[in-house]
Design a protein around this ligand. Sequence first.
Ligand code: PLP
Length: 396
Amino acid sequence: MSHHEEIAAAPADPQIPFHRASVGEEEVQMVSQVIRSGWLTMGPKTIEFETEFARYIGVKHAIAVSSCTAALHLGLEAVGVTPGDEVLVPTTTFTATAEVVTYLGAKPVLVDVEENTLNLDPGDIARRITARTKAIIPVHFAGQPCEVSRIRELADEHGLHVIEDAAHSLPATYHGVNVGSLSELTAFSFYATKTLTTGEGGMITTDNSDYAERMRIMRLHGIGRDAWKRYSATGSWYYEVLAAGFKYNMTDIQAALGLVQLGKCSAMRNQRCKIATLYTSAFKRIEVLQPPATLSDRESSWHLYVLRLHRDRLKVSRDDFIAALKQRGIGTSVHFIPLHLHPYYQKAFGYHRGDFPIAEKEYERCVSLPIYPGMTQEEIQRVIAVVSDVSEEYGA
Ligand SMILES: Cc1ncc(COP(=O)(O)O)c(C=O)c1O
């Protein structure tokens, strides 16, 4: 290529990644402080983070752990899920939601989702309850709370526990009440891409003091309460192991990051909400696009913006649509490949393609767009412009 041609070539558009973590100088300062303090793992900062988190949600207990996966596992263990039990889980979720059920020797029983919200369908829950069903793990897909009241009714009617998977839904409300205080137990994720991040991390909330006590013990090797204090000035070398627990504690380095993030959590949610509003007002006018449904009795955290394509009005597949966005610099993702389409769930539990028609059909036409507080106005407008252009180009 000659020098002249190089100059003539259009400059590549800067990429808009699917996600960029919103962490700043304040987080760096707080983490540095903890590192300088000399107390690196679970300690005073973790306790402070738990206290602040519980206050933010409006719940009695918040127990900080290493991931949402750990939180879900501890929750299931606390309510007494044992081998032979069945636990209902939506098929449209990340594998963690169902995988934890197998940790306890129980069986994840998949449930189809509602077409409008992609949240688990209470009607299908009712159909799949058996004498062995012990619990339900509802997922608030993309951050929009599922039908909590209806799920509670079903759970009460059949004596089931409810452990919410709120990996996507911080902060979110249902009938004006914060997710995290709606059910017996709620698990949050602070993974790098989540709405509050500690790099890796999680929290489990509950108003039940017995569950809280059990989970505090089980997150740190089954050692009696306040095991973390044994290396502090006020602690003692003596401890007792009460159960075969896990190594699921959070570290103070993570908690420092989490405390700063918690202070910005509502403001960051408002930023995402604004982006969602801009996206929806642009995309609702485009025939091939279906913006996410919003329900008036609940508020989403807007962790994800899941656009759906009207495939019958498009000349190309969802995958080609994604490739075209990628080529024009827009990073996207797909949430989620339904669990029953994965080899493991098919082999271990006998699920097949065709078992959950709504989840499958919706999976094949969804695309998650970038939505994070650090997006600039130009980036938001460029996502809108590129998605609109690609839609027009590929419209049938
Ligand atoms: C719905 C859902 N549940 C659970 C998890 C697991 O979270 P973590 O990575 O904190 O264990 C994720 C993570 O992506 C998720 O999307």
